[in-house]
Design a protein around this ligand. Structure first.
Ligand code: HEC
Length: 94
């Protein structure tokens, strides 16, 4: 189905939503949910939101460090956004 491709949609609707699963702890779920909310609130004022899949974990590390300054994030907010964007540090490792 075309909606699943996520490429032509408004970014906030194609940003994955963390859901409960036996594979992740409650704590991780809460971290990812907070990260998503902060990402949407803090990162969309200057440009549209980039999809998590767009960058590798290493690239996201660099981008979040750079953009945390622009968005005036606290260290904690930066960490939560980074965890969300990289699916808790596990996605697209390279
Ligand atoms: C104050 C404005 C501003 C805010 C807030 C902001 N950005 Fe950016 N962002 C920019 C500008 C300007 C560019 C393009 C120039 C550059 O890459 O430095 C950019 C580029 C990017 C890029 C693309 C870089 C590339 O070269 O591919 C990513 C990814 C990104 N931002 C992520 C984020 C994230 C994540 C946040 C929230 C923490 C955020 N941005 C908040 C201004 C902002």
């Amino acid at each position: 189905m075309i909606l699943l491709s996520g490429s032509v949609l408004d970014c906030s609707t194609s940003l994955y939503i963390p859901v409960e699963s036996p594979l992740i702890s409650k704590e991780t779920l809460s971290t990812l949910q907070k990260g998503r909310a902060i990402y949407i609130n803090k990162c969309a004022s200057c440009h549209t939101l980039y999809l998590p899949e767009k960058y590798s974990t290493t690239q996201w590390k660099l981008q979040t460090v750079r953009m945390a300054k622009k968005a005036k994030l606290t260290t904690q907010e930066e960490e939560l956004i980074f965890r969300y964007l990289t699916k808790n540090g596990s996605s697209n490792p390279r």
